[in-house]
Design a protein around this ligand. Structure first.
Ligand code: AMP
Length: 142
């Protein structure tokens, strides 16, 4: 069982001024922030991050959307982080997300769905290192 996951507060979250509310939900659920930054992804960075979806019909729009404005990647720590975080954010499609989940509360569409969460411990490790160096993680840790 892994203890870290990567969240990204997506451009719609930043645009709608929801950074504070969403981080409050995350920390109230017991997640500790290990590293965080505000950044605007380049096409190369967003394309690389979503490489697994390269053949999907929504890939081009997804990269366009993720580069449309600043986002906030956050490395989080908690026991059972990946699974618990996915429960907290709810289904990819906000219409299918359970009541009380972040996407159900704040998301407008399957693409502009407020927040990303890693889907496995292996991907969490890869995704955290996509945004944060070992030094940044060590310096912010504890
Ligand atoms: P995931 O790796 O599961 O987080 O999927 C990546 C992101 O792609 C999701 O969070 C959505 O923003 C977007 N996405 C996934 N499925 C679709 C879809 N069918 N149509 C449009 N966007 C999608």
């Amino acid at each position: 069982m892994g203890n870290r996951t990567l969240a990204i507060l997506k451009p719609d979250c930043v645009e709608k001024n929801l950074i504070g509310q969403v981080i409050t939900k995350i920390t109230e659920a017991g997640f500790k922030i290990v590293a965080m930054k505000m950044t605007r992804l380049t096409e190369a960075s967003a394309g690389g991050f979503y490489e697994v979806h390269k053949e999907r019909p929504f890939y081009t729009d997804l990269v366009k959307y993720m580069t449309s404005g600043p986002c906030v990647p956050i490395a989080l720590e908690k026991e059972n982080a990946v699974e618990d975080f996915r429960k907290l954010i709810g289904a990819t499609n906000p219409k299918e997300a359970e009541e009380g989940t972040i996407r159900r509360m704040y998301a407008d569409s399957i693409e502009a769905n407020v927040v990303h969460g890693s889907d496995s411990d292996e991907n969490a490790a890869k995704e955290i290192s996509h945004f944060f160096s070992r030094k940044e993680l060590l310096e912010n840790y504890g």
